[in-house]
Design a protein around this ligand. Structure first.
Ligand code: ASP
Ligand code: MG
Length: 348
């Protein structure tokens, strides 16, 4: 089960999510959490301010301290993270510069605090739970900071760490940080914005879970973005491929790489609304979906660039496409749509 930032945004939401987790206790869920509310954005803002010489953790600190107080949980582990966070920002403010590596270290505090909060609250309610920073269960990545790729060994590491729970030898519900990992040198990395979904998919895949449930704040995968299309409604079922297509072309509901690990293991993926837990949401699976509606949904992408490269000089030049795409790849640009005129003089 994965709960996003808005699902754990404050004490009331955390209590509510705890009740959902409790209702699933018999199914032995593993839980993956995002940072509380907009904490990731706030941490990034704090980084920008620190570069300008101003250290300000007040907002982030207050949210976590107030929430802990309201939930009546011990805040020691969170307090020590807040102290470390302040030290880090102070360092950045002295250097007046920040690397991608430091930025990942900085944003990691959001997820690390939220899992501590949830585990402490569950425990205080008599529900055995234990928090894990991703690396505690062997979630390792390469060193591509801000959009790291997980290493293959995670498929072995995660079950090695959590099978005792799965098999019933340990009763503590694991509450795991989404989004973050460590590289082989021990540096903290992140998997890209929205990456908690991906962590959850890897955990589900590695544990051969019965299902992956992504709990968010809308009624599942909708036919369109409800902010643009007022009468958008929930799509009950999608195939993995349809979900990938819609996500790749702008549907924001899940982080696109999320589908692959569950598709590989044929694990159904459910998108559920934590504000409306009775509602079924969307099921994404390998099953063939109804053909009744040929078009499942409409998505759109903003801030996108369309480039056309054309010219007589391209005709018959061997390797021209390879050079074009290599130039984009060198800049880390992912091309999501290609169209080519029949002769080689135009590629879009
Ligand atoms: N907290 C991270 C973000 O805001 C990761 C996530 O929520 O999936 O991007
Ligand atoms: Mg998300």
């Amino acid at each position: 089960m994965k709960f996003g930032g808005s699902s754990v945004a404050n004490a009331e939401r955390i209590r509510h999510v705890a009740s959902i987790i409790k209702a699933y206790q018999d199914k032995r869920p593993a839980v993956v959490l995002s940072a509380m509310g907009d904490t990731t954005d706030h941490l990034l803002e704090a980084a920008d301010k620190a570069v300008e010489g101003v250290v300000d953790v007040a907002g982030v600190a207050k949210l976590h301290e107030d929430t802990a107080a309201e939930l009546g949980v011990n805040i020691e582990t969170i307090q020590s993270l807040l102290t470390e966070l302040k030290q880090l920002l102070t360092g950045i403010s002295m250097l007046k510069e920040i690397s991608k590596r430091s930025r990942d270290y900085l944003v990691s505090f959001g997820e690390r605090m939220s899992v501590r909060m949830m585990a402490a609250y569950l425990e205080s309610q008599g529900i055995p739970a234990k928090f894990y920073d991703a690396w505690d269960i062997g979630i390792k990545s390469d060193s591509n900071f801000m959009s790291a790729e997980l290493l293959d060994e995670v498929w072995k590491n995660i079950p090695a760490c959590l099978n005792a729970y799965k098999d019933g030898k340990d009763n503590h519900i694991p509450i795991v940080t989404g989004f973050i990992a460590k590289d082989v040198k021990g540096n903290i990395t992140t998997l890209g914005r929205g990456g908690s979904d991906y962590t959850a998919a890897i955990v589900a895949g590695a544990l051969n879970a019965d299902a992956l449930e992504i709990w968010t704040d809308v009624d599942g995968f909708l036919t369109a973005d409800p902010r643009m299309v007022r009468n958008a409604y929930t799509i009950e079922e999608l195939s993995y491929l349809e979900a990938v297509e819609l996500s790749n072309f702008g549907a924001k509901i899940i982080y696109p790489p999320t589908i692959y690990p569950v598709y590989e293991k044929n694990i159904p993926l459910y998108i559920r609304n934590s504000y409306n837990p009775e509602f079924k949401g969307t099921k994404i699976s390998g099953q063939k979906t109804s053909e009744e509606k040929a078009i499942k949904g409409i998505s759109s992408i903003n801030d996108t660039c369309l480039i056309t490269l054309q010219g007589m000089g391209m005709v018959g030049v061997s390797g021209i496409s390879s050079r074009t795409f290599q130039a984009l790849a060198n800049q880390g640009i992912s091309v999501f749509l290609i169209s080519q005129a029949s002769s080689e003089n135009s590629t879009t």
